[in-house]
Write a new protein. Structure first.
Length: 172
């Protein structure tokens, strides 16, 4: 008897969910600030002590926006939107040590600020700050250590570019 009551209650619940308008995210038609628009990404300023971070982040942003917007990254003359910004800080701190008190791993952190603006009206569409950290191992050879840090920086810039795109696309 309790099984019949359970089914009696379950069927209306399932049917009401089916008619509530819920759809998977990929099926909804989201109108994002960058949808169908051409965007320009001038080289980000670098206010940190680490050289070339603005250029690295700009490269990652161009790749991310081109990949996700279907290649609508263009020069400033042809753009509808301009994404500008700056790398504000870069920190590189030890996070773990060996038993003989030598650094085993470092954590690199980059913080950047970005602004998306309509080119013609100069209206700010989105403005925000993002930050990301990446832990990387210490290498005994100095040249390899620089390679580890450079790889971490590339990964950081890619993650920041993803964050910026997602925030711009969702309006957050």
């Amino acid at each position: 008897m309790s099984r019949k009551i359970f089914l009696f209650l379950l069927i209306p619940a399932v049917l009401s969910l089916a008619g509530c308008g819920y759809q998977l995210k990929s099926q909804l038609d989201y109108s994002t600030p960058v949808a169908g628009k051409k965007i320009s990404v001038p080289i980000f300023a670098n206010k940190s002590y680490r050289a070339n971070l603005g250029a690295f982040l700009t490269g990652s942003l161009v790749e991310e926006f081109a990949r996700r917007s279907g290649g609508n990254v263009v020069s400033e003359d042809a753009a509808d939107l301009i994404l500008s910004g700056a790398v504000m800080t870069y920190a590189n701190n030890p996070v773990s040590y060996t038993s003989d008190d030598k650094v085993r791993e470092y954590r690199a952190t980059i913080t950047a600020e970005a602004t998306l603006m309509e080119k013609n009206t100069r209206k700010v569409v989105w403005k925000g700050a993002v930050s990301w950290s990446q832990v990387y191992p210490v290498n005994k050879v100095n040249a390899l250590q620089q390679n580890s840090e450079s790889a971490a920086i590339r990964e950081l810039c890619d993650k920041l570019a993803q964050q910026i795109y997602e925030r711009v696309a969702t309006g957050f």
